[in-house]
Design a protein around this ligand. Structure first.
Ligand SMILES: [Zn+2]
Length: 89
């Protein structure tokens, strides 16, 4: 069974290598995406949970999804969903 890599900060599914974040020194992170985590540090270290949620939702809405995907995104990408990820537990 293939392991699904999902960013444990924003929930983005990560497939291509460019989508993974990086640890200090440049090794790819298995846990976090490049929007959240670069060079071993958070990209938005000072963002509160609410700010981060708004920021991530906007990021997904601006990505190249079709209208149906966006419809489901708006239903599923809730604060409750985000709270389940490792960073916000
Ligand atoms: Zn992320």
């Amino acid at each position: 069974m293939a392991k699904l890599n999902q960013c444990q900060s924003c929930g983005m599914p990560m497939k291509k290598s460019g989508e993974f974040g990086t640890e200090k020194g440049g090794t790819p992170s298995e846990k976090y995406c490049h929007h959240c985590y670069q060079n071993g540090e958070w990209v938005h270290p000072d963002a509160s949970f609410d700010e981060f949620y708004a920021f991530s939702l906007k990021k997904f809405q601006e990505s190249d999804m079709n209208r149906i995907e966006k419809f489901f995104l708006n239903k599923m990408y809730t604060k409750k969903f985000l709270k389940k990820l490792e960073r916000w537990r």
